[in-house]
Design a protein around this ligand. Sequence first.
Ligand SMILES: Cc1ncc(COP(=O)(O)O)c(C=O)c1O
Length: 375
Amino acid sequence: MSGYFLYHSIGTFPGKAEALRGALGRFADDWSAENDAQWPTMLSLRARFIETWAGLIDAPAGSLTTTESVTAGLYALIGALPRERLAGRRVLVAADGFPSLHFLLQGLAPRFGFTLDTVPLRPGERWVRDEDMLAAWGPDVGLALLTFVTSTASHRCDMGALAAHGREMGSLTVADVTQGIGIRPFSVADGAIDAVVSTSLKWLCGVSGAGVLQVRPDLLATCRPEFRGWFSQENPFSWDLDAFRFAPDARRFDQGTPSILPAAGSLPGLDHIRSLGLRTVAAQNARLTERIVAMADEAGLPLASPREADRRGGSVMLNLGDAAAGLVGPLRARGLFCDARGPVLRLSPGLVTQEADVDRLFSAFEDLGARRAAA
Ligand SMILES: Cc1ncc(COP(=O)(O)O)c(C=O)c1O
């Protein structure tokens, strides 16, 4: 029994602590070795992280690199685009996109000369409808940021339809896949998405600091990152001050000495999910989320997520009104771990969560009078 419903925050898998100890122990040994093999070993570890991620989303070789966070990845991209891509145009986001990215874009708008246009939620609704994004998306949109799966409703957008519209409008489409990757299929193989930002610590069961940025190769060739440094070059050891040249591939988005620990700490999770396969991971999650939906209906607790499983990521959110935040503590005391955002209680069962945990959760809701409190 686990009681863990926090995969939207930190993903985990059976044996994670041991796998992580092994990986970080090897890191400690390699980093501390009194020889000159540290950097070759570390850079090949980072390369394996990059290759694994590229494999996950079918990214062409050389189109993906590491970032500290999703926010940092989006910043690196915006600061690299040819100026005319954004200047005098709109950047379209949905009100249920991740707030950090919104804060970043708000701050960058004046300097890069774009207008940030936020598509609102309809009154009483918990996610922005794809049709409302499409209606707001005209040819004056320089860039649209799409959230594959939202963090507050687990709403999964129709990425294919939205990205196809983006192509027609001549806009750049950037996908934030943080809440979907590792639990829902996602691929850049058809070339419809211009850039991807994500991190590895949710359904991929990695650690924080392990973000990624992937950019379509022909767009990448036009990018000149303002945040640059010696590692943005093909050869970081080219130290001629008058001969700086961007690497031809995604390395141009690197700057200073790259961090290795997040890659080392995330590979066990990535390898685990890859070895199980998305289908297996998603099927286990589906059994639990279906049970949550059925039991919520029975208990009269309203969903804050789409009812249709194919319109959701791996979470089911409940709308418990003023009661949501107050339930988190008493649930924790019963060994049941979830969190709340405003009126929304977020439930994300994963590989360590079992049917019996869902049953315990709903009997705790009953004991705690969740329905009465929410009403
Ligand atoms: C949809 C989404 N995007 C991004 C993030 C995280 O962004 P960052 O890595 O910049 O903290 C989260 C974290 O919960 C998220 O749910």
